[in-house]
Design a protein around this ligand. Structure first.
Ligand code: ADP
Ligand code: ASP
Ligand code: MG
Length: 271
């Protein structure tokens, strides 16, 4: 079950995540929760990377920090959970400012913090709610395949393997937790460096994990009840599609409807 930026950014929506998770647990399954960053966090981190080259990232950094601390507070969990991530952010930004350059590798590391911090807060929140939840680093499951050109896209818009990994599936099932919580958007390359799956890529993370873990279903929850004939926020007369096949879903995703990332269809389709 994947929850996007629209769905992880407030106490209210985290209560929904807890309720949805409880429903799943009642059917006897082990849900894997894939979380995006706080709404707008990835945009802000991206702007911070650019601003850091000119040593002008401080205001954006303060603003983002404030929003994560505010969410921790709303969820009633300790802000200490993200102290190390915030320190890392500071170090990487300072590094860029000194270097006057932002390598793609550092760019990817900085953006990964949005999802990492979110899952630390969500993990604590669900456990406080009595949902026995284990934190899992998505980079242990998602391995990117390097392209021949080896450009920045290898770090910022990576592609991953989706071959089933029964050992990992067994490891998660036998870890003793009722629920696994992990990050969308991030993966690791063969050197173990953090890479990103492209903006909006958390949908792809969910699809890849579903395929890799041989899940029964892959659910993508967002702020609209489903896929419409057009963006319902722009066209109020758009119709909700009751059912659609993979070709139709791929077409809608590829045409740029951001309700589904175009790369998220192939892994589940193959599986
Ligand atoms: P999340 O943060 O959950 O990933 P996104 O903003 O990426 O959410 O995607 C959900 C949004 O996609 C909806 O709020 C809606 O405005 C937009 N959208 C665009 N096209 C469509 C469509 N055809 N059907 C449904 N939603 C659409
Ligand atoms: N947080 C990432 C982004 O905004 C990934 C995602 O939300 O799908 O691009
Ligand atoms: Mg999205």
């Amino acid at each position: 079950t994947k929850f996007g930026g629209t769905s992880v950014s407030s106490r209210e929506t985290w209560e929904h995540i807890a309720a949805i998770t409880r429903k799943h647990l009642a059917t006897g399954v082990q849900p894997v929760i894939v979380c995006s960053a706080l709404s707008q966090a990835s945009n802000k981190l991206e702007r911070m990377v650019a601003a850091a080259v000119l040593d002008e990232h401080q205001d954006l950094q303060t603003d983002l920090t404030h929003h994560y601390l505010q969410l921790a507070d709303a969820l009633g969990v300790s802000s200490d959970l993200i102290t190390l991530d915030l320190q890392q952010l500071q170090q990487w930004l300072t590094g860029i400012a000194l270097l006057k350059e932002a390598p793609a590798k550092t760019h990817a590391q900085i953006l990964s913090l949005g999802e990492l911090m979110m899952t630390r807060l969500g993990h604590a929140f669900l456990n406080n709610k009595g949902i026995h939840c284990s934190w899992f680093d998505a980079r242990e499951a998602l391995q990117s395949v390097s392209t021949l050109h080896g450009g920045a896209d290898d770090y910022l818009a990576a592609r991953c393997n989706s071959e089933p990994n029964p050992d990992l599936a067994r490891q998660l099932i036998s870890c003793g937790a009722d629920v696994i919580i992990t990050q969308g958007f991030i993966a690791a390359n063969t050197h173990g460096d953090t890479v990103l799956l492209g903006r909006g890529g958390s949908d792809t993370s969910a699809a890849l994990l579903a395929a890799i873990l041989d899940a029964d279903v892959c659910e993508i929850w967002t702020d609209v009840p489903g896929i419409y004939t057009a963006n319902p926020h722009q066209l109020p007369h758009a119709r909700l599609l009751k059912q659609l096949n993979y070709d139709e879903a791929q077409e809608i995703a590829s045409m740029g409807a951001k309700v589904l990332h175009p790369n998220c269809i192939p892994p589940v389709r193959r599986a």
